[in-house]
Design a protein around this ligand. Structure first.
Ligand code: MG
Ligand code: ZN
Length: 236
């Protein structure tokens, strides 16, 4: 193969990737319209395995279930462990197993939404597959996207994944109760986040003792319920 053929092949690959991502974007926009028609707010919760996404969802479920008719969509490669954790709080949950896929996408979410009576819902919390990197590239049609990181991920989690955080509106730093044990400076993590994304809203939580949860609910859930159409930097 000469250099020219290589270059053309590469261009074609890039075009295919663009078409692929555009397709997902259109599906996400359709999901968003469907949700808006029914007054349902959807939040996409992303983050690595073990940062406390499910614990956060449980905290939110416990405090919001009397206010909103809610449902949790749990994404995982396998098992229904997370779904069962949510169901224990008396909140509806749907488990989506992706097999080898390391993220949820708008098509999968669409399938779930079409199986629901959206007139009976106010709020859908999506717990994405545990993965810090690629879920950010797959908008689901949610009203807000949030990434959960934790004090157990080391001091460089933000600086090593700048593009993920550059696109996010909200970041939760969880397990702050473990920061002293882990030797992690939470304020340095927050500063790193502001460097990669000056607009990001940073929350500090401990799902173990409930620190910071109420503030997160006000900013992430209640404000979104009041004005769901606020443009997000992620275009979610
Ligand atoms: Mg989980
Ligand atoms: Zn993936």
């Amino acid at each position: 193969m000469d250099g020219l053929t290589d270059a053309r092949g590469q261009t074609r690959q890039i075009e295919l990737k663009m078409d692929f991502l555009r397709g997902h974007q259109e599906l996400a926009e359709a999901n968003r319209r469907l949700l808006d028609e029914h007054g349902v707010t959807m939040i996409d919760i992303m983050g690595s395995v073990g940062t406390g996404k499910t614990s956060l969802v449980e905290q939110l479920a416990r405090r919001l279930k009397e206010t909103y008719r809610m449902l949790v969509l749990n994404g995982d490669l396998a098992t229904s462990i997370d779904q069962e954790r949510v169901l224990r709080h008396g909140v509806e949950a749907v488990q989506v197993n992706t097999g080898k896929e390391c993220h949820l996408d708008a098509g999968l979410v669409r399938t779930v939404l079409e199986g629901l009576d959206l007139r009976q819902l106010d709020l859908v919390l999506v717990e994405n597959v545990g993965n810090l990197i690629c879920p950010a590239d797959f908008p689901l049609g949610s009203h807000r996207r949030v990434v959960v990181i934790s004090a157990t991920e080391g001091p460089f989690v933000v600086l090593k994944h700048p593009h993920v955080f550059a696109e996010m509106d909200f970041v939760v730093i969880n397990k702050i109760d473990l920061a002293p044990v882990m030797g992690i400076d939470i304020e340095q993590l927050a500063k790193d986040l502001k460097v990669v994304n000056p607009l990001v809203e940073v929350f500090r939580t401990s799902c173990r003792d409930g620190t910071g949860i109420q503030e997160l609910i006000e900013e992430l859930i209640e404000k979104t319920k009041r004005s769901p159409d606020t443009e997000t930097t992620s275009g979610a």
